[in-house]
Design a protein around this ligand. Structure first.
Ligand code: TMP
Length: 228
């Protein structure tokens, strides 16, 4: 297998904006968890806490965050497809996102709060669908090189809690996406990869027990932001 390219992408644009020293770069914070872990409900709260500390904050999500990424999101969440195709499209959306939104924001010194990033590909495509880790590692290096999260908050819930939340959402009329409808041990494998990654990189990950009431979760999140 060839070595992945190091610093720049196919059309030669560096992934880190020129003239930006690493210390001046804003913080890149990502949120992760299995479906039904409740992470998205905390995005606005986290952004407010960061702004209260004087930072400009860009909130965004994956797959998505750009017009191309949002168009790919529709396909990825609702069209059945080969698992390698799915992985490639996740990274295609990510490439646009890093080049047009995440990289420029960090270079300005803004903080970026992103609902999912490449840990989700390791968990869902790698763990859930069994896509080869070597391929994911290669794409990760190609697509975003050194642009990696400074901090990742993993919202963790056991499977029965996630299942119950998704069933409730479905009963209330929300159309579940392709990943939320996966059975056959899929969510268990996704959660196992997330937890393994959090154990492998304890300095980057904060694991939050998301089964507790919202106020308790928010108290943890406030402490995490204070310590950043
Ligand atoms: P969301 O429901 O948190 O917005 O995420 C959309 C879905 O996309 C979620 O089920 C996880 C899935 N996903 C992947 O499978 N791989 C990825 O790389 C990303 C970013 C999301």
């Amino acid at each position: 297998r060839p070595e992945p390219p190091r610093r720049s992408g196919g059309h030669g644009r560096p992934l880190r904006e020129p003239g930006v020293t690493p210390g001046a770069r804003g913080k890149f914070v990502t949120l992760e968890g299995i479906d039904g872990a409740g992470k998205s409900t905390h995005v606005a709260f986290l952004a407010d806490r960061m702004r209260a500390r004087g930072h400009a904050v860009v909130t965004t999500r994956e797959p998505g965050g750009t017009p191309t990424g949002e168009a790919l999101r529709q396909l990825l969440l609702h069209e059945p497809m080969d698992h390698d195709t799915e992985t490639l499209l996740m990274f295609a959306a990510r490439r646009e996102h890093v080049l047009r939104v995440i990289g420029p924001a960090l270079a300005r010194g803004d903080w970026v709060l992103c609902d999912r990033f490449t840990d989700a590909t390791w968990a869902y495509q790698g763990g859930g669908h069994g896509v080869d880790g070597g391929r994911i590692a290669w794409l990760e290096q190609w697509v975003h090189g050194d642009c990696r999260p400074d901090l990742t908050i993993l919202f963790d819930v056991p499977l029965p809690v996630s299942r119950e939340r998704l069933e409730r959402a479905s009963a209330e009329g929300r159309r579940l996406d392709k990943f939320e409808r996966e059975g056959d041990g899929f969510p268990e494998r996704v959660r196992a990869v997330y937890l393994a990654r959090s154990r492998a990189e304890p300095a980057r990950f904060r694991v939050v027990d998301s089964t507790r009431p919202q106020e308790a979760v928010r108290a943890d999140l406030a402490r995490i932001v204070e310590a950043l």
